[in-house]
Write a protein that binds this ligand. Structure first.
Ligand code: BGC
Length: 373
């Protein structure tokens, strides 16, 4: 499976180089297709697929990408989703785009913007050719962008979206900066829809009101705000009445979410019909609390998350989580890397590049799980 995924991604990378295609906006990404087996075998016979791609890239860049240095900083390593994302970034950049392993350096921002700004300053001093940044504080984007602009280094922001005014400035002032992410309004809406698609539309006790608790991520990521707002909006826009029993920050963290859910279940008991979690790590924590309280998901309580972590998707299959939303780290890592390569090739890059989310419920959970493996 891993090989198929890799080979398909290689194919896509070659296609990008030759066609100079625009940024990815769909969630197609690097998922494996059965035909890829034959493609893989054919390519193997002709020489390695990676070599073919590396040569194509070299021709298009008019130099060797392998010699270019990519500096990556992740807001903190201790984050389930960003760990999947950075692993895929490294794999795609080196295996598919042909960057040398030693030229792709990933640093841990440790949740500290001052520390991360230092790391970025060091990348600049060491003359890195392009940066891929997952900021600790998205609000630092103007300052960081200006540092990179002065040094003539292009920058690809990922996951924590700078505000629209800043993104517009890159366009207006022709600054080599771009953002790659997903529109979190879509994931929030999908979460709400998953509740509406249950047999009683989330109104388990049939009193005409959906009582929910909301466990939020770190508001430094706009994803937390949008998922909170749009999950509930999907319910109210369909005509359902809702009541928020509790809204609390779990900072994307499983242990914090478990504690929040445990306290809420103690305080509100059977009144809680739905637990919305802004991500799956927190849904896993909430599930521990739900089980400890003797409640049963999809029977007397609903639970939704976002990301499609393997464990959460397995829980959807097993009926322990109502649904999740695939935050496609394969497509996001590919698009971010492709944008970095475009900058290096001197090609035009849009200021914002969005990848689609995919709704995950019992019906397609096994397909999604297969793609993740
Ligand atoms: C993901 C979270 C992650 C956060 C990091 C979000 O898009 O859904 O799981 O913790 O990004 O900024």
């Amino acid at each position: 499976m891993r090989l198929l995924k890799k080979v398909l991604a290689v194919g896509l990378a070659s296609a990008m180089v030759f066609s100079m295609a625009g940024c990815g906006s769909g969630a197609k990404g690097t998922t494996a297709a059965p035909e890829a087996t034959t493609a893989a075998e054919t390519k193997k016979e002709d020489g390695s697929a990676a070599e073919t791609t590396a040569k194509a890239v070299k021709d298009a860049v008019g130099g060797d990408l392998a010699d270019k240095k990519v500096g990556i900083s992740i807001y903190k390593f201790d984050d389930n989703f960003m760990t999947l994302y950075r692993t895929e970034l490294q794999r795609y950049l080196t295996e598919d785009l042909g960057f040398k392993k030693e030229n792709v350096v990933i640093q841990d921002g440790k949740g500290d913007q001052a520390e991360q700004t230092n790391q970025i300053q060091n990348f600049i001093t060491q003359k890195y050719d392009v940066l891929i940044l997952n900021l600790v504080q998205a609000s630092s984007a103007p300052e960081i962008t200006n540092m990179c602009k002065e040094a003539g280094i292009p920058v690809v922001y990922i996951n924590r979206e700078p505000d629209t005014e800043e993104e517009q400035r890159w366009k207006d002032e022709k600054i080599n900066a771009t953002y790659v992410g997903c529109d979190a309004r879509q994931s929030g809406t999908y979460q709400g829809e998953e509740i509406l698609e249950t047999s009683n539309k989330g109104d388990i006790n049939g009193d005409g009101v959906i009582n929910y608790i909301m466990i939020q991520g770190d508001p430094e990521n706009v994803d937390a705000q949008y998922r909170t707002e749009f999950s509930v909006k999907a319910l109210t826009e369909s005509g359902m009445k809702v009541k928020e029993l509790l809204k609390q920050r779990g900072d994307w963290d499983q242990a914090k979410a478990q504690q929040i859910a445990q306290d809420a279940l103690t305080q509100y008991g059977d009144q809680i019909e739905v637990i919305f979690c802004n991500n799956d790590a927190m849904a896993l924590g909430a599930l521990q609390a739900i089980e400890a309280a003797g409640r049963t998901v999809d029977k007397d309580i609903y639970l939704v998350g976002v990301d499609a972590l393997t464990e959460a998707v397995q829980n959807v299959i097993d009926g322990k989580q109502t649904g999740t939303v695939f935050n496609d780290h394969f497509s996001q890592a590919k698009t971010a890397s492709d944008m970095a390569a475009k900058f290096l090739k001197g090609e035009a890059v849009e200021n914002v590049n969005m990848v689609d989310y995919i709704k995950v419920t019992k019906g397609n959970a096994q397909d999604i799980l297969d793609k993740l493996k």
